[in-house]
Design a protein around this ligand. Structure first.
Ligand code: SAM
Length: 275
């Protein structure tokens, strides 16, 4: 039983590890943007977070019901990626949205596609260098914090540029104590959110936690649907992307889904308020 468990656990790691070994010896690693563009194409929008529009709708419904004032204020999309989420919010009635991302090439894409939104290349850990204090009424991160090691510093920076009473939304992977390292699309280790630690980090940074909602079963459904779409659209994707990029994409999400099923990875949404 114990051995079977260990072998089952290793299979996705072997697939993904084998993929990286096979490609790294022959070619340069596939660019991150290719894999993320596959994601955008599959999702039918410039999103690279779990749940696509359904996840954004979850947020919009909540804000419209409980915090409608944020729609009129300044909003910051932290780690905005290709800009699809910021654009979607503007179409839902959010008046003033800014987007920042550490990745120059995704910002160049967002700027060229969504011309009415102010995008800039910036590390989330340095937002107070670019924006005035108490400027934003709403700050959100869709699948971004998992990529950041020093979450506490980023939360403090975001608190600096947030008004008193501003709302913060964090949508992300959550960690399980003792979980093994998991690689993301770029082959980097993911740093999912520990509920216990994030509560303390939020409090220390000046955020009052309003709600922590478990989304593991939603993440499972969303990733199952994504992999099904990948299967259905494989031929279409092959017209636009290299097979090795599609294979890497598939291996990454099979791996993540495996961990979600095993409960060694979770998903959550957190709402907090600037104290
Ligand atoms: C999985 S993507 C999500 C993109 C976008 N939020 C969305 O939902 O479509 C993660 C994004 O976070 C960005 N990112 C990672 N670390 C960052 C940091 N320290 N500051 C700003 N952006 C960061 C990455 O460049 C990437 O675009």
């Amino acid at each position: 039983m114990g051995k079977q468990f260990k072998i089952g656990y290793l299979i996705p790691l072997l697939i993904i590890g084998g993929y990286f070994l096979a490609t790294s010896s022959k070619t340069t690693p596939p660019s991150l943007n290719q894999a993320r563009l596959i994601l955008s194409q599959l999702r039918g929008g410039d999103f690279t977070h779990a749940g696509d529009k359904e996840a954004i709708d979850m947020l919009v419904t909540k804000l419209k019901q409980e915090h409608p004032e944020v729609l009129k204020g300044n909003c910051l999309d932290v780690g905005c990626g290709f800009g699809g989420t910021a654009d979607y919010l503007v179409k839902q009635g959010f008046k003033h949205v800014w987007g920042i991302d550490i990745d120059k090439s995704t910002i160049a894409y967002a700027k060229s596609k969504y011309k009415g939104i102010a995008f800039s290349t910036l590390d989330a850990a340095a937002v107070s260098a670019q924006f005035n204090k108490k400027f934003f009424s709403f700050v959100y991160l869709f699948n971004v914090l998992y990529a950041i090691e020093d979450k506490g510093s980023v939360l403090k920076q975001l608190a600096e540029v947030a008004k008193s009473g501003a709302i913060l939304m964090i949508f992300d992977y959550s960690a399980v104590d003792g979980g093994e390292p998991i690689l993301d699309l770029a082959g980097n280790p993911m740093r999912p959110i520990s509920v216990k630690e994030i509560r303390q980090q939020l409090q220390e940074a000046g955020w009052e936690v309003l709600e922590v909602r478990d989304l593991r079963s939603n993440f499972i459904t969303w990733y199952e649907q994504l992999l099904q779409k990948l299967d259905e659209k494989k031929q279409e994707l092959k017209g636009n992307f290299l097979e090795k990029d599609i294979a890497k994409f598939s291996a990454t999400y099979i791996h993540i889904l495996h961990h979600l099923h095993r409960k060694t990875l979770g998903g959550l949404i957190i709402y907090a308020k600037r104290a």
